[in-house]
Design a binder for this molecule. Sequence first.
Ligand SMILES: Nc1nc(=O)c2c([nH]1)NC[C@@H]1CN(c3ccc(C(=O)N[C@@H](CCC(=O)O)C(=O)O)cc3)C=[N+]21
Length: 347
Amino acid sequence: MRIALAVGWWRIARAKIAHTKFVRNLICRPLLSVDSPDIWKINPGSSSHFSSHPSSNFSASNEKIGVVLDGKLIANDLKSRIAGEVNEMKKAIGKTPGLGIVLVGERRDSHTFIRTKVKACNEVGIVSVVAELPNNSKEGDICDAVSRFNDNPSVHGIIVQLPLPKHLDEEKIMNVVSVEKDVDGFHPLNMGNLAIAGREPLFIPCAPKACLELLLRYGMDLRGKKAAVVGRSKIVGLPTSLLLQRHQATVSLVHAFTGNPEKVTCQADIVVSDVGTPNTIRGHWLKPGAVDPKRSSGYRLVGDVCYDEAIKKVAAITPVPGGVGPVTIAMLLSNTLDSAKRCYDFT
Ligand SMILES: Nc1nc(=O)c2c([nH]1)NC[C@@H]1CN(c3ccc(C(=O)N[C@@H](CCC(=O)O)C(=O)O)cc3)C=[N+]21
């Protein structure tokens, strides 16, 4: 059975008639773009890292292989720019950006991620404070820890490391994070504003921002491109699909209930995957010449894209480790710096 719901038919019809003006009104402004100076301040907007054309890359057996998008290189570039700005802020107004981290329980992967984030803060001169709570903490204890960061004027960004132990209501805790300090971009107001055309969230989630950074640096014009996002988590899939839409891509969101997901990914120019199961995305799931800024699958150092198969098909791919992960961390630093700047009205 096929059903077509023509909810927006009249808009499309009118758009066709009064093409130029109306279409422009319908399309929402991108949040990240090489020529949008406010978000691009710490970004050179250069695609020089990946200037070699894919067709010039051949493996030992003379097969064409894709360009590997080097996330470490980009992260280092972003971090050195952030460090410069942090330093300028200290010199000019004597203030240092601060990040408050709430870490609950003993999950090894969460502890590793937090160590990486703390180290990255140290590298750029951002002060980080970790509030560690035991696994059996009550919801009230976590909310109190978040509230203390909300009230602390030297903390400009707050993250609650996910996942939380099962007995806790994640959404309720996310709601407590002040929207002005929500550097993860998971607060309903920030996520909601990301979804609505013409509205500006205060923060965009870090992993989606990292994917966009990689794509834009690769020199990809997203307008009208077909993008398939695999996975609909609040950390990656959902906000990435929203951000790609704001960049005028045509987005399909593939998830556990999608029949024949490979049919959708096969047609996509861009595939972003965050499913957490290694090697889910096989070579035959990809259109030859597509770009694939994939995310790592949690703590396993294996991508959820089958790298060996994919690299022979795509124009560009991100590795795990060393792809989207390090850029995601750089984006957390960037969001924290932005928050501190906003707090002190420092440009
Ligand atoms: N509130 C919250 N915010 C998050 O942003 C968040 C979270 N919870 N929970 C878990 C996921 C996962 N995530 C990663 C970030 C960086 C790497 C990363 O840098 N990975 C390295 C490898 C890391 C290693 O060596 O273990 C890489 O891909 O090269 C990975 C995963 C952020 N997350």
